[in-house]
Ligand binder design. Structure first.
Ligand SMILES: [Zn+2]
Length: 429
């Protein structure tokens, strides 16, 4: 088990100063680090990706080089590499306001986009994503069920106008005539509505602004369609942060998910989504490939986005990952992808435990490398027969096939550990 140093990001959508769990967690692990009051602290990246590579604490060697050496010592391969990559990036995120409306490509789509436009698509890898809520965490994810989209089209004429009168009528007709929302016909009709809407931003921006203005007036007068009150708050925040942006219509056609602490969701490639607010542990494939649709000052690629989406319409529960209890103190979140699995390691000290009671937790020995971040508490672990101390803010790389025991006395403990068995990811770029 090796302590590692990871990368802190300061994107504009991050929470500021002491309001950011990312900043506070990083400061807990670095006693000389000063949190700046007005600085956004958006993400802590824990992985080997070149955009934010982790380093071994003691030697400052890149973790990717350390992994390559480990592999070379284990397997005598003629094809020795300088760097080896973990298949995932684990992140802690502190989100103040909406990140872009986006989608991630499949491996095939990523390879194609990277070849065509390596500046905007820096990787040839896919990027499935999992978000585990540390605090109340909100996101938009996946198209709403067809009947909800239709309810919103019928309630808000502005939404119909922006997606096109003919296009929306065709969509309603297909659903009403009995085609299931899963059918290719329904998806193709939704795609036409969506395409019309996205291009309206560049073809008729004044019309978008007018329609948004009229839509907000409807909301102010109490008209709701399929929207919940919490979604109105999201719409008003978007209006402030991205005035006149066609992405402000997105809560009308995307599921608004509100995760409570400990809940977890997952989506693979081809699903339209946007993080809204809160703090999470995020696991993603080892990639930085994002295709953006709206709600961002960054590069927008409408054509690629329209072609990548799967246009699945479904209820938000589809995206939840069920927790699986592995041991009394370890819960596993294992989505349907080889890139990553997340373990929540949690021990709550109760009042009846005395200060001297020691709690020992045995972490499962895994066939692959993993990264663990300590979010709360402190304790001890053994490394090469030496006892060492860990505390909140420490991050570790754990080698394959290493059984690890951690112990804590007089303190609760919360840690997150990510690992993945995928091996095809190693070629980055
Ligand atoms: Zn994403």
């Amino acid at each position: 088990m090796h302590r590692i140093e990871c990368t802190l990001n300061n994107y504009a959508w991050g929470k500021h100063g002491e309001n950011s769990e990312v900043a506070k967690l990083f400061a807990a692990g670095h006693k000389d680090f000063q949190i700046a009051k007005n600085m956004p602290y958006s993400e802590l990246w824990m992985g080997t990706h070149p955009d934010g590579p982790a380093r071994i604490h003691e030697s400052s060697e890149k973790l990717s080089k350390f992994l390559a050496k480990y592999e070379a010592s284990k397997f005598s391969s003629s094809n020795k590499k300088e760097e080896n990559h973990l298949p995932f990036i684990m992140k802690i995120m502190s989100i103040k306001h909406t990140l872009s409306l986006q989608v991630h490509p499949t491996k095939e789509q990523a390879a194609y986009l990277h070849k065509k436009d390596p500046i905007n698509y820096p990787d040839s890898n896919h990027k499935p994503e999992l978000a585990y809520a540390l605090t109340k965490f909100e996101l938009l994810c996946g198209f709403r069920p067809a009947f909800e989209i239709i309810q919103n089209i019928q309630t808000f004429p502005e939404f119909r106008n922006i997606m096109g009168k003919n296009e929306t009528e065709k969509f309603e007709e297909i659903i009403k005539s009995g085609f299931l929302q899963e059918s290719e016909e329904a998806k193709a009709a939704l795609k036409k509505c969506f395409t019309k809407m996205l291009y309206s931003q560049i073809e008729t921006p004044n019309f978008v602004a007018e329609q948004l203005q009229s839509f907000y007036e409807k909301l102010e007068s109490g008209i709701r369609g399929a929207l919940f009150e919490e979604t109105i708050t999201v719409l008003l925040s978007m209006k402030n942060n991205f005035p006149n942006d066609v992405g402000c219509f997105s809560p009308l056609y995307l599921n608004h998910m509100i995760l409570q602490p400990g809940e977890c969701c997952f989506y693979a490639a081809e699903e339209l989504h946007a993080y809204l607010s809160g703090e999470c542990v995020e696991c993603v494939g080892c990639s930085n490939n994002t295709i953006r649709a709206a709600l961002t000052p960054k590069f927008i690629d409408r054509e690629a986005l329209i072609n990548v989406l799967n246009y699945r319409m479904t209820a938000p529960e589809f995206y939840l990952v069920p927790p699986k209890k592995l041991q009394p103190n370890i819960i596993e979140f294992a989505p349907d992808c080889k890139d990553f699995t997340l373990h929540e390691i949690k021990y709550s000290k109760s009042e009846k435990d005395s200060e001297s009671d020691t709690k020992v937790i045995s972490l499962p020995s895994l066939q692959c490398g993993s990264i663990m971040v300590i979010v709360e508490g402190e304790g001890k672990y053994k490394n090469h027969e030496k006892e060492r101390i860990f505390k909140r803010g420490d991050i570790f790389y754990i080698e394959p096939e290493k059984p690890i025991q951690i112990s804590t006395s007089g303190s609760s403990l919360v840690a997150y550990r990510t690992f993945g068995y995928e091996t095809e990811h190693r070629r980055i770029g």
